[in-house]
Design a protein around this ligand. Structure first.
Ligand SMILES: N[C@@H](CCC(=O)N[C@@H](CS)C(=O)NCC(=O)O)C(=O)O
Length: 212
């Protein structure tokens, strides 16, 4: 049985829970409450010295980094949700790297525009100039996504794949932030709703990152 170290509101952990739900693969979830600092304890840092979730344990394999975990699940158990041909598989990896490289700091935008105004809680330190720079960079990546999705339903075509578990979570996280501009990003907005409507989204606890 796979074991997943996760935290319900963590978008990176959600990417993996979403993939496992869509694949129908059972796993044992271990909740690491980041707000209570449980990622700082010695037992968890032995699994991930970077002290971040998610971590997937499959037998002797201890794997960090959500994009690597998605690719591993694709190779090991992906079936119809992960391409086997090298060129198509490379395209799937391209979108996982695109997600990691361009939306890695999107969480700061979420804190600044959604979470802090609604809850008063402060998140990772980021001044207004840095948040604005992140918004500019994220906006640039979203316009690439907009052009790509204007002629297909999902990243690899009209069928959902594990590549959608990365970008699909992050576009949902960006709901309600300053880069959430449906008039300029109609295809991205429709894609976001398509992702949220999937059965795996509810099963994975996608609501934890949704704007109430
Ligand atoms: N690149 C990593 C990022 C993981 C990450 O940033 N996880 C956050 C939760 S979404 C975390 O554990 N943060 C705790 C910390 O940074 O102290 C991945 O994709 O898995």
């Amino acid at each position: 049985m796979l074991r997943l170290y996760t935290f319900q509101p963590s978008p990176n952990a959600l990417k993996v829970r979403f993939a496992l739900a869509e694949l129908g693969v059972p796993y044992e979830p271990v909740e690491v409450n980041l707000l209570r600092g449980e990622h700082q304890n010695e037992a968890f840092s032995a699994l991930n010295p970077h002290r971040k979730v998610p971590v997937l344990v499959d037998g002797a394999l201890v794997l960090r980094e959500s994009a690597a975990i998605l690719a591993y699940l694709g190779d090991a158990r992906g079936g119809a949700l992960w391409p086997a041909a090298p060129a198509a598989r490379a395209e799937a990896l391209q979108w996982l790297f695109f997600d990691a490289a361009n939306f890695g700091y999107a969480g700061r935008l979420w804190w600044a525009d959604v979470l802090t105004p609604r809850t008063g809680r402060t998140g990772p330190l980021a001044g207004p100039a840095l948040v604005e720079q992140i918004a500019t960079d994220v906006g640039r990546a979203l316009s690439v996504l907009e052009a790509h999705l204007s002629s297909r339903q999902y990243l690899l075509g009209d069928d959902f794949s594990l590549a959608d578990c990365g970008v699909g979570v992050m576009v949902n996280l960006l709901r309600g932030t300053r880069v959430d501009t449906p008039d300029k990003l109609p295809a991205v907005t429709a894609y976001r709703e398509r992702i949220r409507a999937r059965p795996g989204w509810g099963a994975a606890g996608g609501a934890a990152i949704e704007v109430p």
